[in-house]
Design a protein around this ligand. Structure first.
Ligand SMILES: Nc1ncnc2c1ncn2[C@@H]1O[C@H](COP(=O)(O)OP(=O)(O)OP(=O)(O)O)[C@@H](O)[C@H]1O
Ligand SMILES: [Mg+2]
Length: 197
């Protein structure tokens, strides 16, 4: 199963989402490969430097070019859960990843400025590939959040998960993945599993 986590915008939560999904897939006894298609290598750093048992068994492929991405995806086994973390702004590499995806997660944030940016990614996804949004770092008690959820419902776009804004979720490789974060990402993971079938 190839899960592509994609957004054109920077800093929306792609890497955090990729890492938590990888950890949840591992916890579900899957054989997990994270493909880091971002030359910044944030997901790779996180996996390599974390001493977190939740990430211990996660395999890593660094694939910052189209060629390396194609190679990493071709090398994945059919049983593996592959999570692709993508670079911001690189339409070519994101497009390539999206073409190979079994399921796509688009991390986004609350607020109207994000809507057209999501639409650009959405239009790049092959017609039959299921996709859904992960609303990251959300202040779920705000009107902005309620409006964002309503907007996507009105436009027939599925929201598969909402991750509340929490310092613990954002701690990065210096700390273990937070229970809060794992709980918040679990409904997204379950939906991804269901929709990828
Ligand atoms: N649920 C959350 N609560 C609080 N902060 C968060 C949350 N999710 C992500 N962040 C923070 O937001 C920032 C961007 O997250 P992340 O690195 O996952 O985004 P990205 O889309 O991968 O960014 P880039 O485009 O640079 O690769 C980071 O500082 C991260 O710690
Ligand atoms: Mg990133």
């Amino acid at each position: 199963m190839k899960i592509v986590v994609a957004a054109l915008k920077g800093g929306v939560g792609k890497t955090t989402t990729s890492i938590y999904l990888a950890a949840l897939a591992t916890a579900a006894r899957k054989d997990v490969l994270v493909v880091d298609a971002d030359p910044q290598g944030s997901a790779a750093d996180w996996i390599e430097s974390a001493e977190d048992p939740a990430l211990e068994r996660v395999a890593l492929a660094e694939a910052p070019t189209e060629r390396l991405l194609a190679k990493a995806l071709a090398g994945a086994t059919p049983e593996q859960v592959v999570v692709v973390d993508s670079p911001p702004g690189n339409e070519r590499i994101i497009g390539h990843a999206l073409e190979q995806a079994d399921v796509v997660v688009i991390p986004t944030r609350v607020g109207g400025v994000e809507w057209p940016r999501v639409d650009v990614v959405r239009r790049m996804i092959p017609r039959r590939t299921p996709f859904g949004l992960a609303i990251c770092s959300a202040r779920t008690f705000t009107r902005d959040y309620a409006e964002t959820v309503q907007y996507w419902a009105d436009h027939g776009v599925e929201v598969w998960g909402t991750i509340p804004e929490r310092v613990s979720v954002a701690a990065g490789p210096d700390r273990f993945l937070s229970e809060d974060g794992l709980d918040a990402y679990r409904p997204l993971w379950r939906t991804v599993l269901r929709r990828a079938d």
